[in-house]
Write a protein that binds this ligand. Sequence first.
Ligand SMILES: Cc1cc2nc3c(=O)[nH]c(=O)nc-3n(C[C@H](O)[C@H](O)[C@H](O)COP(=O)(O)OP(=O)(O)OC[C@H]3O[C@@H](n4cnc5c(N)ncnc54)[C@H](O)[C@@H]3O)c2cc1C
Length: 244
Amino acid sequence: RADGPYQILRLADGSEVASHALIVAVGLEYRTLDAPGVERLAGAGVYYGASITEASSCRDCPVFIVGAGNSAGQAAMYLSQYAGRVTMLVRGASLEAKMSQYLVDRIRQTPNIEVLLEAEVAAVEGQDHVEAVAVRHVPSGSEETRDATALFVFTGAVPCTGWLRDTLRCDREGFVLTGSQLLEGGRPLPGWPLERPPYLLESSVPGVFAVGDVRAGSVKRVASAVGEGSIAVQFVHEHLSRVR
Ligand SMILES: Cc1cc2nc3c(=O)[nH]c(=O)nc-3n(C[C@H](O)[C@H](O)[C@H](O)COP(=O)(O)OP(=O)(O)OC[C@H]3O[C@@H](n4cnc5c(N)ncnc54)[C@H](O)[C@@H]3O)c2cc1C
């Protein structure tokens, strides 16, 4: 909670710490798949993001995507430029239920993307790296094992912000809003107590910054989380020079 210029942080043992500035870097928790092989092969063909590194390692190979939201759709389009075949496993009965229509249309027009509806991962197989994915057809329970080089999981992520959502402004999913996300028509949102607008990476409480995966709109990569941390330190100094 904020108390004048102090941020008061209550720890799990009930004790409290007061500070003039705070950097929140608590990250998020990916919803994981509960299927044999998924945990063991995480990072070895099971991925929770699709960057150029993972995409180029799948060149001309068969890959699977789990999920049916926009992030899954965007990943499918991206990976289709590299992989030989992209198979999307969608638990529901239609792709339209959770995905924007423009993405659905683009996916349907892309010849090397296949969409399997009412399908889920039964298991991931491979010695040191993903070699195959067992796919279960949900209504019938029947299973089929197919060759695969990678499985990309896009089933969503939850920011670890349950404890601060009453204090900091967050988006609908609970990611912390910072900087220009807290402006409306160029002016700070109601409740912002200072003359100056929020700094880059500063939350709705002056002196409290959010960096990395927990920040709304962040890139969800190690390098950007580290970079944001070092940028935030500069703004902490700036903030401290004004409160003292
Ligand atoms: C399986 C997997 C593979 C990935 N592979 C890559 C990759 O190859 N390249 C890449 O660039 N990125 C990758 N990422 C993404 C990358 O891990 C994140 O973008 C990065 O770690 C974000 O850093 P962060 O500091 O914001 O959060 P995190 O690294 O998640 O750190 C947050 C920390 O805060 C702790 N915490 C949470 N709540 C609290 C609390 N209330 N109090 C105290 N501590 C708390 C957590 O336990 C955790 O230690 C991968 C992610 C996953 C899940």
